[in-house]
Design a protein. Sequence first.
Length: 262
Amino acid sequence: MVVLLARAKAAPLQTLGSDSDSWLLSLNSSNSFSPSLPLISIIVPVWRDDQLAAELVNSLATTSELCEWIVVAVRPGEVLKDLERHGAIRLISCDEPSRGKQQNLGAAVARGELLCFHHADSELRPDHLAALVRVANDGEIVGGAFHRRFYPPRMLWREPLVRRINRLGGPLFGDQSLFVRSGVFQEIGGFANFPLMEDIDFSRRLRRAGRIVLLDPPLWSPPRKPGTWRTAIRNSALMCLFYLGIEPRALHRWYYGQARKL
């Protein structure tokens, strides 16, 4: 059952300036949310990047009324177990690396009104959290994602192009930090247990569920490998094959086999 939280008056979504920390502190002191439930659940799937997840959690000061961290890790190491012992995160162990499965496990124990699925290597600053709070306070929004920030400067031409594609109904990716209301997540069936393309499949169903938003400030994630035309062509080919109905597990085997050659 969806937990109904008292909602503060929603403000227009916008990029916040340097006063975002004080804005969050003001919200915490004046809102009427239940003190026993967080407003936002940040769910982080982890495989072989325990240290990045720990740095992410430690980098963002928040309160238990505003946000909870749920880390779903494949064979979690001591750095994550130590965070759990100190009450900083809720740690869930998963038997296999599958983002769809890991994110569903996190959502199953989440208590927040808004679920945010965030990658361990992506940035998350106070102004990103402030934008999520504003979404949580607007009951007409079912979910969405952040715009993407591109770096280095030679890649900046891609940002307005990707923004336009996103606004026109293009796929939303996991490194954009997909977010969704907890009730809507249940209604659309959560993530498919795919080893690859689970984000594209989920965003397609999320768009059908109601009004979504794309948020600023844009979110930056470091590329796994330096970008090349071969990589871009490979990824585009994978997406086309997925839309044509090729089984995601077959794409997963092909993707990682090709990635080792690049």
